[in-house]
Ligand binder design. Structure first.
Ligand SMILES: *[C@@H]1O[C@H](CO)[C@@H](O)[C@H](O)[C@H]1NC(C)=O
Ligand SMILES: *[C@@H]1O[C@H](CO)[C@@H](O)[C@H](O)[C@H]1NC(C)=O
Length: 374
C-alpha cells in the first residue's frame, strides 16, 4: 500500500509539474506575446517547485488513509473526488483550483447533478480538462425537439434543444439578432465561399487545390469553430467529416453544432486533440486562434496539429491576426519551423479601428505537411 502510494505520488509529481509548466506559460504571456520562447529563469522554477510541493502536501493530506483516521475538517474533500482520483488518471490542472473542483464534485451521488455549466466551463478554460466524471444525472432540456434537422443548414434550430437558464437570450432567434457573427448560419456560409480579397480562401478553391495535389480530404478538425458552419459546408457539399472544437462562451455553441448533426468537441484551445497521430487530412484554425493566445501555447498547438495531420495533410490558418512586426519576427518563423509547403500565404492590413490602432495584420495561410521529413 505504502509503496503504491509512493509510486502514485511520483507519477503525480511528474504530471503536475508538466501541467504547472504549461499553466505558468499560459498565465505569463497573456498580455503581450513575447519574441521566441524565453528561457525559464530560476525564479520561475522555484515558484513551480513550491507549487508542486504544496500540491503534494495537499494531496497527501487528503488521501483516503489520512481522511479515515483524522477528524474531517469542514472543507473536507468530497468522497467522489477521492474515489475518482484513485481510478482516473490525473493529467489535468484540476488540483490548481481546489475550491472550484471541490464545488464541482460536491454533489449527491445517484441523484440529479447541480446545474453548473459555468463552473464547468471555468474549470475547463483553466486547464482542468478532462473534468472528472460524476455519478449523477445531468440536467437535459425537459422536452426534446419534436423533430431534429436533417440538414446542417435548417431554416431554424429548435430552441427546445437547449437549457437557456444561464443565457440572457432564450432562443436562437434572439441570438441571431444579438450575435449575428456567431449565429447567422447563412451569412457564415457565404463568407466561407466568397472571394473578395486575397485573405479569402473559398472552400471550393481549397478542395480544388487539394484535388490537384492528389490529396484526398475526408476528415478534419476545425479549431474554435463556433456554431460549426465550416463543418456544415464540408459535410453538405463535399461529404467531408469535420470535428468542431467549441466552447460555450456566452452562448450554446456546442448545442448548436450538435443540433446541426455535426460533432462538437467541448475542449479548450490548450487541450491535446483527442484524435490519434497522423489521422486527419485537414486542421483549420478560425479566428479564435490569434495573437491573444500566448506564444508557447500556440507553439504546442501547432506541433499537436502536426501530430494529428497525415503526411500531405493541410493546415489552414484563416485570418490569424497579430501585430505586423510580430508576424514577421515571431509567428512567421514559428509556423515556418514546421517545414510545411506554403500553398497560400496572404498578409494584409487589419483595417478596423483596433487593427489600425495596434498596427495589426491578418494572415491567411494554407500549408501542406511534407510527405517525408529529412
Ligand atoms: C455524398 O455522398 C452521397 C451518398 O453517398 C452521394 O450521393 C453524393 O453524391 C456525395 N456528394 C458529394 C459532393 O460527393
Ligand atoms: C499597411 O499599414 C502600414 C502601416 O501601418 C502601411 O505602411 C502600409 O502602406 C499599409 N499597406 C497597405 C497595402 O495599405
Amino acid at each position: 500500500m505504502g509503496f503504491t502510494m509512493g509510486l502514485n505520488l511520483i507519477l503525480l509529481v511528474v504530471m503536475v509539474a508538466t501541467n504547472i509548466l504549461s499553466l505558468y506559460h499560459l498565465s505569463s504571456t497573456v498580455q503581450s506575446p513575447r519574441p521566441p520562447l524565453p528561457a525559464p529563469v530560476p525564479d520561475n522554477l522555484i515558484r513551480q517547485l513550491n507549487t508542486i510541493r504544496a500540491t503534494i502536501n495537499h494531496l497527501t493530506r487528503h488521501s483516503p488513509s489520512s481522511a479515515a483516521t483524522a477528524k474531517k475538517p469542514a472543507s473536507a474533500v468530497p468522497q467522489d473526488l477521492i474515489l475518482h482520483s484513485q481510478i482516473g488518471s490525473i493529467v489535468s490542472s484540476c488540483h490548481n483550483h481546489p475550491d472550484l473542483l471541490h464545488k464541482y464534485m460536491n454533489y449527491t451521488p445517484f441523484s440529479t447533478c447541480p446545474f453548473d455549466p459555468d463552473l464547468q466551463e471555468t474549470l475547463i478554460l483553466n486547464g482542468c480538462h478532462p473534468l472528472p466524471r460524476r455519478r449523477c444525472f445531468s440536467k437535459t432540456p425537459s422536452k426534446q425537439p419534436s423533430s431534429l434537422p436533417l440538414t446542417p443548414f435548417p431554416t431554424s434550430l429548435p430552441d427546445s434543444g437547449v437549457i437557456w437558464n444561464k443565457y440572457s437570450c432564450k432562443s436562437f432567434t434572439c441570438l441571431l439578432q444579438n450575435n449575428p457573427t456567431g449565429f447567422d448560419l447563412n451569412a457564415q456560409r457565404s463568407s466561407l465561399l466568397k472571394y473578395t480579397c486575397e485573405l479569402d480562401l473559398p472552400i471550393s478553391q481549397f478542395m480544388q487545390l487539394a484535388k490537384s495535389a492528389n490529396s484526398a480530404i475526408r476528415l478534419g478538425i476545425d479549431i474554435g469553430g463556433g456554431t460549426g458552419t465550416f463543418a456544415a459546408v464540408m459535410k453538405k457539399s463535399y461529404n467531408v467529416t469535420m470535428l468542431t472544437t467549441t466552447m460555450n462562451v456566452n452562448a450554446p455553441y456546442n448545442e448548436a453544432v450538435a443540433l446541426r448533426g455535426l460533432v462538437p468537441l467541448h475542449v479548450p484551445l490548450q487541450q491535446r486533440f483527442p484524435v490519434f497521430d497522423g489521422t486527419m487530412d485537414l486542421v483549420r484554425c478560425g479566428r479564435a486562434v490569434n495573437r491573444w493566445i500566448p506564444v508557447p501555447v500556440l507553439e504546442f498547438m501547432l506541433y499537436d496539429v502536426d501530430r494529428v495531420l497525415r503526411a500531405g495533410g493541410y493546415l489552414w490558418v484563416d485570418r490569424f491576426f497579430s501585430k505586423a512586426v510580430d508576424l514577421e519576427k515571431v509567428y512567421g518563423p514559428l509556423i515556418g519551423k514546421l517545414g510545411y509547403k506554403k500553398v497560400k500565404w496572404a498578409v494584409a492590413n487589419k483595417t478596423d479601428p483596433s487593427g489600425l490602432k495596434h498596427g495589426e495584420v491578418y494572415l491567411t495561410g494554407l500549408l501542406q505537411k511534407p510527405t517525408s521529413k529529412t
